[in-house]
Ligand binder design. Structure first.
Ligand SMILES: Nc1ncnc2c1ncn2[C@@H]1O[C@H](COP(=O)(O)OP(=O)(O)OP(=O)(O)O)[C@@H](O)[C@H]1O
Length: 283
C-alpha cells in the first residue's frame, strides 16, 4: 500500500497550556513494497509520524492516505479495517504480552477482528519469525527477551497486514538478534511485498536495509533520501576533509544532527567512508 502525508501538522493537547506542535507541515510519500527508515534526534517527531499511519493519531491539519484510506482531523470511519492492514509494533512490545500462553497471545488480535486462524497458519507464522512450534504452548513469561519480541511481531503478522510500522524494533537486542529481526522484515518486504516503515537510531540498519530514509528534525522533515545519498550530501560533505579518519569522525558527528549512531569498527561505515571519499574526490 502506498502511503502519503499531505501537509500534515499535529499538535498534542491542543488548546491547553500543554499544547505542543510535534509535526509541522509534513509532506512525503512512501511507495508500496519498500523499506523506509525514519531517523532523527530524540523528540523530533518520529513516533508521532508513524502513529498517524494506523490512525492512532489524526492530523490536526492536512491528511494521510494509506492505500484507499484517507485520514483527516475527522478521523475515518473504517479505522478497524485500516488497523487490520497496518500492523504496528511498539517499542519493547514484549512488555505488552499478557495472555496465558503464546497461542492465546497470537489469537487475541484475530479474535478481536472476528477472524479464524488455522493451526497450520500459526505454525507457518512461527516458522517465519524463527520460533519452534513448542513455544506456542509456553507462557510468554517463560521466554527470553528475543523470543518475546518475536512473539509480539508474530501476533501482528497473524493479521496479514500489508503495511508494517515498527518503533525501534531492534532496541535492546544483541547484534545477532538485531540482524535476525531485520532479515525477517526484509524477507516480508521481498516475499510478501509488504511496506515496512521503521524507526531506528542504528546507521548499520539504515545502510543495510533501507530503500529510503526520512529524516526528522524538530517536527519538520529533512529527507526523504536514499540512505547512501543522505550521507553523501554535498553540503554535509563540504564540512569535512577527505581522509578516512575525518570522514569517520564526520559520520560520527552526524549522529548529533540526525540521531543515527555509528560504530568506528562498523564495516558498512568504513565502506561508506571509502565511497564518500571517492565521490568527494570526483566533485
Ligand atoms: N502525549 C504528549 N503530550 C504532549 N507532548 C508530547 C506527547 N507525546 C510526545 N510529545 C512531544 O512531541 C514531540 C515528538 O515526540 P515523539 O515521541 O514523536 O518523538 P520521537 O522522535 O519519536 O522521540 P524518541 O526518539 O525519543 O522516541 C516531543 O517533543 C515530545 O515531548
Amino acid at each position: 500500500m502506498d502511503i502519503s502525508f499531505n501537509q500534515v501538522s499535529f499538535t498534542y493537547q491542543k488548546g491547553t497550556p500543554f499544547e505542543h506542535h510535534a509535526l509541522h507541515n509534513v509532506s512525503t510519500s512512501i511507495s508500496s513494497g519498500t523499506m523506509t527508515a525514519v531517523i532523527g534526534q530524540t523528540g523530533s517527531g518520529k513516533s508521532t509520524f508513524i502513529q498517524h499511519v494506523n490512525g492512532l493519531y489524526y492530523p490536526t491539519e492536512g491528511s494521510v492516505e494509506v492505500g484507499d484510506f484517507t485520514i483527516t482531523q475527522d478521523g475515518l470511519k473504517s479505522i478497524k479495517k485500516l488497523r487490520q492492514q497496518v500492523g504496528m509494533v511498539f517499542q519493547y512490545p514484549e512488555h505488552q504480552l499478557f495472555e496465558e500462553n503464546v497461542r492465546q497471545e497470537l489469537l487475541f488480535g484475530p479474535r478481536n477482528f472476528g477472524l479464524e486462524v488455522s493451526d497450520s497458519r500459526l505454525n507457518e507464522i512461527f516458522n517465519m519469525v524463527g520460533l519452534p512450534n513448542e513455544v506456542l504452548e509456553k507462557s510468554p513469561f517463560e521466554l527470553s527477551g528475543g523470543q518475546k519480541r518475536r512473539v509480539a511481531i508474530a501476533s501482528v503478522l497473524v493479521l496479514e497486514p500489508k503495511v508494517l510500522i515498527l518503533d525501534e524494533p531492534t532496541a535492546g537486542l544483541d547484534p545477532a538478534g538485531k540482524q535476525q529481526i531485520m532479515n525477517l522484515f526484509k524477507s516480508l518486504q521481498v516475499e510478501k511485498q509488504m511496506t515496512v516503515v521503521w524507526i531506528t537510531h542504528d546507521m548499520t540498519e539504515v545502510l543495510t536495509y533501507a530503500d529510503n530514509v526520512i529524516v526528522f528534525h524538530e517536527g519538520k522533515l529533512m529527507g526523504p533520501a536514499a540512505p547512501k545519498a543522505l550521507f553523501r550530501n554535498k553540503e554535509l560533505l563540504a564540512q569535512t576533509s577527505l581522509n578516512k579518519p575525518s570522514v569517520l569522525k564526520f559520520l560520527d558527528e552526524l549522529k548529533d544532527q540526525i540521531g543515527v549512531s555509528i560504530n568506528y569498527n562498523d564495516q558498512s561505515a568504513i565502506e561508506l567512508a571509502d565511497e564518500i571519499i571517492k565521490v568527494g574526490e570526483k566533485s
